[in-house]
Design a protein around this ligand. Structure first.
Ligand code: 5GP
Length: 176
């Protein structure tokens, strides 16, 4: 059996650019004059975060939070662990969690609970990719880039065993 490799492109570089520009404009509109904190979820969302914030043409600050819910293999352990915390208090602030993908929903619902406990003024969610078929817990998403079927994706921040985050597009992992 050969190692799994990136295969068919699901979301091209141009599609990513266009959709992220739209989401950025929506966030800018919704938070004009409010200086929100955009919280990127490490590691997967770092590319999305970098492109997204450049599409949000208002004052904002950024922070990151690190969680681990998956082993290096392509399956969920269902366990969420906080690996690194925010660097600033968020009490009374407008906060947007920026996540790469929502699959079972366990990671984002853990993060929402964790951040809500710090009493932000309002907490919203922004996810690049929604794998809705796989949802185990109900979760409200405020900004969604793309909805995809139940396939394992790599590229544009998504890894398989630490590889392929640097691809400029999102592809399906094939083979293995
Ligand atoms: P959830 O807790 O919603 O099941 O999973 C969220 C996390 O699972 C994401 O932050 C991401 O790290 C990982 N994940 C889910 N689906 C995929 C996928 O198709 N490809 C990659 N690389 N990671 C995924």
């Amino acid at each position: 059996m050969s190692e799994p490799r990136p295969g068919r492109i699901l979301i091209s570089e141009a599609e990513l650019r266009a959709r992220i520009a739209e989401i950025g404009q929506a966030i800018a509109r919704d938070y004009a004059g409010e200086s929100p904190i955009l919280v990127g979820v490490l590691q997967g969302a770092f590319l999305f975060m970098a492109d997204l914030i450049r599409a949000v043409a208002i004052d904002l600050t950024t922070d990151f939070i690190g969680v681990s819910s998956y082993s290096s293999a392509a399956k969920s352990s269902g366990q969420v662990r906080l690996l690194s915390d925010l660097s600033m208090p968020i009490e009374g602030r407008q906060v947007v969690i920026v996540e790469d993908i929502v699959d079972t929903g366990l990671t984002l619902s853990y993060l929402k609970r964790n951040l809500e406990a710090r009493h932000p003024k309002r907490l919203r969610t922004c996810v690049l990719v929604d794998k809705i078929e796989r949802r185990q817990v109900e979760i409200e998403l405020d900004y969604v880039g793309f909805t995809i079927p139940n396939v394992f994706v790599v590229g544009y921040g998504f890894d398989y065993g630490g590889l392929y985050r640097n691809l400029p597009y999102i592809a399906e992992l094939e083979g293995g």
